[in-house]
Design a protein around this ligand. Structure first.
Ligand code: MRU
Length: 349
């Protein structure tokens, strides 16, 4: 898996991240010294993407556990559960972090010694990291079956290798296609206001030698028509039981355009992105971010002082607009409560 840049590195109790806000100008790594820095890194999107945030959160909990190897067991357990709650409060929309922290919290609660506690958390966090790379590759294998040689596929934001342990979700089929010599062209929508498409998706695909073309977000309809786009594929931050999908702001309008043009609209996501406690997208909390992300561009003021701003970071695409959700277990066509349960072999009710 050496073709991938590692966006999260865990070694002997220390967590290091690739600062994604510096890309593409600079590949700068940052050692996380304490919890405050970890929380800031998530909030400022130095580490970002739903799976990556969850893997990072897991490793931070491990790091905090190794710093508490003495003291009364119950007190340390309580402190770690507080750390976990603080991590969870960083970004409300992506559910992967909650799913990972729930698993790790169970290990904290059931530990019988401090030494065992840190070690078990570490084993679990490392296993989740290893599994994520395999999961993403499986998503890529299933997604690639939906494409044909020569297809031109549009995506938004960055659901790529740096948003996961490797491969990514929405970008995984393009890595697989490259490995197999299948030509696919990717169109990356720049993704205002923070430009994950322009800064991150084009950067990682270009360095992998994958055919990628950058457009601004307002060029999508024209590009679908003029460049004969054959499909749209996006990642996800939370998928509810009926298949409604929260993803980067701008995703919903892509789904509407796909419907208008009669092309498929795919969501690629691991099972850890499903929220089986929520029935529909109406229950998803949408993160709203600082107004300066909209009123400034690259540090320059681009709007009059005091103008009201609405800056939601995500939107929800209704399941009716989604052609299929691609998971590591397979492709869920026409997502709904029934098709999701059937394909995943689950009973979520
Ligand atoms: O705000 P971000 O950059 O964390 O948003 C990321 C996305 O919306 C991704 O599509 C999603 O997290 C999936 S990443 C595999």
């Amino acid at each position: 898996m050496s073709q991938f840049v590692q966006s999260i590195i865990y070694e002997n109790g220390t967590v290091t991240i690739l600062d994604q806000t510096r890309l593409p100008q600079e590949e700068r790594y940052e050692v996380i010294q304490d919890l405050a820095q970890a929380i800031d890194a998530i909030k400022q999107l130095r580490v970002r993407g739903a799976p990556a945030i969850s893997l990072f959160g897991g490793f931070i909990l491990v790091q905090e556990a190794f710093r508490r190897t003495t003291g009364p067991l119950d007190e340390v357990k309580q402190e770690l559960l507080t750390v976990s709650a603080q991590l969870l409060a960083t970004r409300p929309t992506a559910v992967n972090l909650r799913n990972v922290l729930d698993e790790l919290n169970q290990l904290i609660v059931s530990a019988t010694t401090l030494a065992e506690l840190a070690k078990r958390l570490e084993q679990k966090a490392l296993a989740l990291y290893e599994a994520d790379a395999k999961t993403s590759r499986q998503i890529g294998i299933h997604a690639l079956e939906l494409f044909q040689s020569g297809d031109r596929v549009l995506t938004i934001c960055n659901a790529g290798s740096i948003a996961t342990a490797a491969y990514g979700t929405a970008l995984a089929p393009f890595y697989l296609a490259k490995e197999q010599g299948i030509p696919l062209a990717v169109y990356a929508s720049e993704t205002r206001p923070l430009l994950q498409g322009a800064r991150l998706t084009t950067w990682e695909l270009q360095r992998a030698g994958i055919d990628v073309t950058l457009i601004t977000d307002n060029m999508v309809a024209h590009t679908i028509k003029e460049k004969n786009i054959t499909a749209i594929i996006v990642g996800a931050d939370r998928i509810t039981r009926n298949g409604d999908t929260a993803n980067k702001i701008g995703t919903f309008q892509l789904a509407l355009l796909a419907r208008a043009f009669g092309i498929p609209f795919y969501v690629a996501a691991p099972l850890s992105t499903f929220d089986f406690t929520s029935l529909s997208g109406d229950e998803i909390e949408i993160e709203e971010r600082a107004t300066t992300e909209v009123t400034q561009f690259a540090g320059q003021v681009t709007a009059p002082a005091g103008v009201p701003v609405f800056n939601p970071a995500f939107d929800v695409t209704p399941h009716e607009l989604i052609t299929a959700i691609i998971t590591e277990l397979g492709v869920i066509e026409q997502p709904s409560v029934e098709t999701i349960e059937q394909t995943l072999g689950l009973n979520t009710i």
